[in-house]
Ligand binder design. Structure first.
Ligand SMILES: Nc1ncnc2c1ncn2[C@@H]1O[C@H](COP(=O)(O)OP(=O)(O)OP(=O)(O)O)[C@@H](O)[C@H]1O
Length: 280
């Protein structure tokens, strides 16, 4: 029996897309507790595919296999699509880079947050609107009344992420997968959104997978980091200072440290890294 705080157990997870020779995710194993876990790697390393495989949100062309993929102690891969839809609306949530793809474009912000309140709490319609306003204020939206009347295309990316987080505060998910949640945002609001995400997962005692190419941001926010290269986890870290793998060091060097003067950015020595990762 897994410990009660175990949210996810992943053993030898593999994803392969039809007509592709490579494994987008290649034998990944890890456990996720009620913690903030970062998944980092360069573009194409398999981060998003890993997150979507866990949410069971990959297209049918993707073949997902695992020795074990358990969420809250129960297998995920054998669940029906109907069960998955219910899980995704309640127990697991995905935050994507652009919230406009997650919010319903034909519903005002107020209506969709109120619908989330109706779905997750035993309250009436009027109370649901009051609850929606309360949640939007909690994610530090100042002009709540006005924002509730707007449609998703009328709000900024930062505002969209706040709305998503407000809806998740109502759903209280056990697992949050956040895929580059701040990459499309103005630098000035990135910190705010991360802070809200932190409040969300702490309040609900959730497990968070934060997927990003920005290893410094992830290191500042997460307790543990999995470093992915060509679909595999090459290193697990709790501090950047402990990085041993040349690929990880390359990722760190490629992200300028804001506290230090900019030097020439390093280029990854791929042949040397590939030589360390023998392929079958
Ligand atoms: N729908 C798809 N069909 C075929 N191949 C895919 C599909 N989605 C992803 N891939 C491939 O899987 C591999 C991993 O891609 P993935 O998007 O997971 O990487 P990533 O690390 O998240 O990159 P990025 O940061 O650019 O999103 C890549 O080789 C990619 O081309």
């Amino acid at each position: 029996m897994p410990a009660p705080e175990t949210v996810l157990t992943v053993r030898n997870l593999t994803v392969r897309f039809a007509r592709s020779k490579i494994h987008a995710v290649d034998g990944v194993s890890f456990d996720l507790g009620t913690e903030r876990l970062g998944i980092v790697g360069e573009s194409g390393s398999g981060k998003s595919t890993l997150g979507r495989a866990i949410m069971r949100l990959l297209p049918s062309a993707a073949k997902v296999e695992a020795d074990q993929l358990d969420f809250d102690g129960a297998p995920l891969l054998t669940r029906s699509e109907r069960e998955m839809r219910s899980l995704r609306g309640n127990r697991m949530s995905l935050i994507m880079q652009d919230p406009r793809y997650s919010l319903n474009p034909v519903l005002t912000v107020g209506k969709q947050v109120a619908e989330a309140a109706l779905l997750h709490q035993k309250i009436g319609k009027k109370e649901a609107y009051a609850k929606a306003a309360e949640m939007l204020a909690r994610v530090r939206i100042s002009d709540v009344e006005r924002v509730m009347e707007l449609y998703p295309h009328q709000i900024s990316g930062g505002m969209g992420q706040r709305v998503m987080i407000a809806m998740m505060l109502l759903a209280k998910p056990r697992l949050v997968v956040a895929d580059e949640p701040t990459s499309a945002l103005d630098v000035s609001v990135r910190g705010d959104v991360l802070e809200l995400l932190d409040e969300l997962v702490r309040e609900n005692n959730s497990g968070l997978m934060l997927i990003s190419h920005d290893i410094r941001m992830v290191a500042a926010f997460c307790q543990r980091i999995l470093v992915m290269y060509k679909g595999r986890v090459v290193e697990t870290l709790t501090r950047l200072e402990d990085a041993q793998h040349p690929y990880t060091r390359g990722l760190i060097a490629a992200m300028p440290d804001p506290r230090k003067p900019v030097r020439r950015l390093q280029v990854l020595d791929r042949p040397a890294i590939d030589a360390l990762e023998p392929r079958p």
